[in-house]
Design a protein around this ligand. Sequence first.
Ligand SMILES: *Cc1c(COP(=O)(O)O)cnc(C)c1O
Length: 382
Amino acid sequence: MGAPTGDAMRFDTAAIHAGQDPEALYGSVNVPIYQTSTYAQDAVGEPKVWDYGRGGNPTRRALEEALAALEGGEHAFAYASGLGAETSLLLTLRPGDHVVLGDDVYGGTYRLLTKVLEPWGLACTTADLADPAALGAALRGETRFVWVETPSNPLLKIVDIAAVAEAAHAAGAKVVVDNTFATPALQRPLVLGADAVVHSVTKYLGGHSDLLGGAIVTSDAALAEALGFLVYAIGAVPGPMDCFLALRGVKTLGVRMRQHCANAGSVAAFLADHPKVNQVYHPGLASHPGHDVAARQMEGFGGMVSFTVGSAEEAIRVAEATRVFLLAESLGGVESLIEVPHPMTHASVAGSPLEVPPELIRLSVGLEDPQDLIDDLARALG
Ligand SMILES: *Cc1c(COP(=O)(O)O)cnc(C)c1O
């Protein structure tokens, strides 16, 4: 699948081998878990590679090399969580700088900007980035980042990354894409003109709901230098065990995403025909306003499906009635999850421009047999 990545390995090959050569001493085919906080030095001031684990770790470095290869970027940095990655990226900015934020980004991104970084001195404007006029109106002389999330969480809005990059670059701003929902298996923002990609590794990259992690990938040398300094200065770094689990997850990313896409497509088609369902949000449906852009910039439509039912109470009733779909926050694991964003994942954006309809249900469609998933939803919808 996909075009060759930077070192000429195709995607599914790079996922298994990039940064993951057999270990030198015993030939272990898996990168060992280097569970250490510090490194013995041969002489004062002469560390072999790293002196202290906040600065670097071989298991972490392997994950970073794998993610750089998969996104087609030159530099990658791993973090303790997606929000740890986002905080580090935004702290490369200075008080007085301005960020344009898509109006349907992850609620935690909005909370970080408005509740933590605005008081610290950053300015932030939300805009519908699918609308060039709205983007144009939001850009200012001090705009440093245009922050895109596509497909977005939870309304699965699609933004044309290349078009936003052209407009942002003309205004002197850089483009950050939160690629958590698509993953590099389906969408490579750096190739489309973005300057940095940010991930919640917790989701599809890890893929098994057993770790927290974040990452940034970029080919911008100045940004990479600033990020490298902040890794050590801030310390939002992941532990070696979580990096090992993320690497194991990444090995099957291509095959998992293909099946997530197929299962989500089946579930979306079922919901679109169901009399108790009002609207289905999935970029693979021809009725989705971003379908054409998604078909152009993605290699599949992803594993997320959202839909509305008759009322907020009905949304809660359905989410509590499924048996295969587990009622839980988060997404991107092998198991299917169901949630009601308004009172759950998106409670922090109630009353903001990012508020979502209370009758909305979000599904993370997993890798179970799709007929079992459809039967489960049919039973729950009644
Ligand atoms: C979950 C999520 C994040 C935050 O990641 P954490 O690993 O939970 O800190 C950021 N962006 C998107 C799109 C997410 O789904």
